[in-house]
Design a protein around this ligand. Sequence first.
Ligand code: MRU
Length: 336
Amino acid sequence: MVGNTIHSIEQNKLPEEFKIITIDSLEDVANSISTMIIRGAPAIGAMGVFGLAQAIHNMDKPNEEKIIKVRDILFKTRPTAYDLQHGLDYVMSKILSESDPDAIKRIARDSAQSYVDASAEACRKIGVYGDTLIKDGDKLLTHCNAGALATVDYGTALSPMRIAHENGKNIFVFVDETRPRLQGAKLTAFELHQEGINHAVIADNAAGFYMARGEVDMVITGTDRVAANGDVANKIGTYEKAVVAHENGIPVYIAAPISTIDFTCPTGNDIPIEERDENEVLDVNGLRVASQGSSALNPAFDVTPAKYITGIITEQGIFNPGELKKINQGGDSDIG
Ligand code: MRU
């Protein structure tokens, strides 16, 4: 955010075009999240807090009623990504005791910026902890995009890979293409290519083939919401990868800042799962591939039960999914 303008990469244009767009209104902020111009749970959280701060700045005499209306509009844009709710709650907690309009505007702006800075630092630390799991020569598999594009910087699942690579480890990444929107083929492959990390895009259906042949040492993905019992919602297809990994004795790590853990959500069954437009499944890149006249079902996320997860890599260290209660929710920064 520069001044009161939000700048964002237009992720729907990648990898063909690297375009930065400017966002000046609440409508555009909400649209950028729901149409996935910006996507990935921590990045959605960052857009949410900047969007709230921008809307408050643009208000004539901000008050609780007007601010809650904005929060509610943003909150509905993508229901599974917990970082959005977490970020909005954080900024709201800083401003609701204030009554002076200028102070509200200033605190909203400052708290949104500190939230975003702390989110970037959390992802860097995830990389440092996650790197300790990666050995020279390891072959890793990831699903969807949990890289810098999906966060403020570094990424979650891609942060350990990035740091392992910086530390001179020779790694290889199997990148699931991730139908229907192809975040793996379009975004993860783009990021790994930029970083010079060896990788290959594979059809989603090929992951089990490589796992069964003993070619995958570890699965690392991000998540949109972790329930208190360690169940994890992530991009549709993650559940299948985790079950097949478990069957083949391959460890499955989920990388997530603490802002993605919903301690108020008891289990994965309580996580709201976003359903998206059927045309994302019926079409590829806007071209119809399914038979005309057919309809489609398009859940954007699925839930991987905690029993399939080896560990959750956070900015406070690596936790067994059953021991999330050990996490200090205040954290190193107050966004935890
Ligand atoms: O629908 P998307 O592209 O927003 O889904 C993104 C994911 O599933 C990511 O794995 C998750 O948000 C974690 S991003 C660090």
